[in-house]
Design a protein around this ligand. Structure first.
Ligand code: SF4
Ligand code: SF4
Length: 333
């Protein structure tokens, strides 16, 4: 048996189950207040700058963390497929043989081998996130579903958010917008806030950077806007644009996104955030044996982010909704 096919787990509505790759507590970047963010595994895009490369495949994946490895060789002995080799450079994984069975990870004494991706039942996940309820209450926070693309597991997502709303928890969905528009009807009624990525306005460049054109993403965004205009959920919409050197960080793109928001979403967006590139995720690519062309890209300068934010403010949107975030280069003195 070799690689498992790449599609999300079944979401039986009686016994729903989701494939997740992380639950992050005390987050302050995924909506208002202190939040617990649940990361769904599996994405419809494959952005060149992706900060969560482990999120793209919908299936569990093995990774090896060099800094934790004590070189004992247990994993190599345990692997039934002979997919592992230990040398002076560490452990190498033959991914054409690895079935992601997890046997090596289970026996590794130092957690250097890990399987990313765990199936969660609805009851267990709700129980887990409600442990943070006191933080939500004191900060005006809540739970955010991110990924990956949570909309690809819409039946589970809807059941999860519905249960949280029954518990009076604020809910947010962080989405790239690339999924079947019918899925919106499943989960929007239980979503207080949508954090929606608009990365690149030119469809050809969008396809070049992410693997998909942006027509469906723009269509879904207009559906959300129509729901809001009808007084339905979500109550709030934020747009986020990753600002990536040699890709989305152009005046034409920022102005183009701004014009589109002004033309199609007027009055509906309460925040448009330009998110500055960083390369903190480069080790994640190494652990998955993947090269990352952006690994040596420098941070953008503060002047550049201010300049692009000014362009955004002059693009026709309400200037007060424009913000930028992220680390920038120290100015040369
Ligand atoms: S997960 Fe580990 S034990 Fe299982 S096939 Fe892959 S390398 Fe071998
Ligand atoms: S079992 Fe763990 S610690 Fe030992 S060689 Fe394998 S990855 Fe390293």
């Amino acid at each position: 048996m070799h690689a498992i096919e790449n599609h999300p787990p079944d979401s039986d509505t009686r016994h729903p189950e989701a494939m997740l790759f992380e639950i992050q507590r005390l987050s302050t970047e995924d909506g208002p207040g202190i939040r617990t963010t649940v990361f769904f595994k599996g994405c419809s895009l494959a952005c060149t700058w992706c900060h969560n490369p482990e999120s793209i495949s919908a299936q569990p994946q093995l990774h090896w963390i060099a800094s934790r490895c004590i070189g004992c060789g247990t994993c190599c002995t345990e692997c039934p497929e002979g997919a592992l080799d230990l040398s002076a450079d560490g452990v190498t994984i033959d991914r054409t043989r690895c079935t992601n069975c997890g046997q090596c990870a289970a026996e590794c004494p130092s957690t250097a081998m890990e399987i990313i991706g765990t199936r969660w039942s609805l009851d267990n996940l709700v129980h887990e996130v409600l442990k943070d309820r006191a933080y939500f209450a004191s900060s005006g926070g809540g739970v955010t579903a991110g990924g990956g693309e949570p909309g690809l597991q819409a039946p589970f997502l809807a059941a999860f958010l519905r249960t949280l709303k029954q518990e009076s928890i604020h809910t947010a969905v962080d989405t790239c917008g690339c999924f079947s528009g019918r899925s919106l009807d499943d989960f929007l009624p239980f979503t207080d806030l949508v954090l929606y990525d608009l990365k690149e306005i030119d469809p050809n460049r969008h396809r070049m950077f992410t693997g998909c054109a942006n027509a469906r993403i723009l269509d879904n965004l207009q559906t959300i806007r129509a729901r809001m205009a009808a007084g339905a959920s979500p109550g709030e919409l934020w747009i986020r644009t990753p600002v990536i050197p040699d890709a989305t960080a152009t005046e034409a793109n920022i102005a183009g996104i701004g014009h589109w928001i002004a033309d199609h979403l007027r009055g509906a967006v309460s925040r448009w955030e330009l998110c500055a590139f960083n390369n903190l995720c480069r080790d994640k690519y190494l652990r998955l044996d993947r090269d990352w062309p952006l690994k040596a890209n420098p941070l953008l300068s503060r002047d550049m982010m201010e300049h692009l934010a000014d362009i955004a403010r002059c693009s026709g949107v309400d200037p007060d909704i424009v913000h930028w975030s992220g680390s920038t280069q120290c100015p040369v003195t």
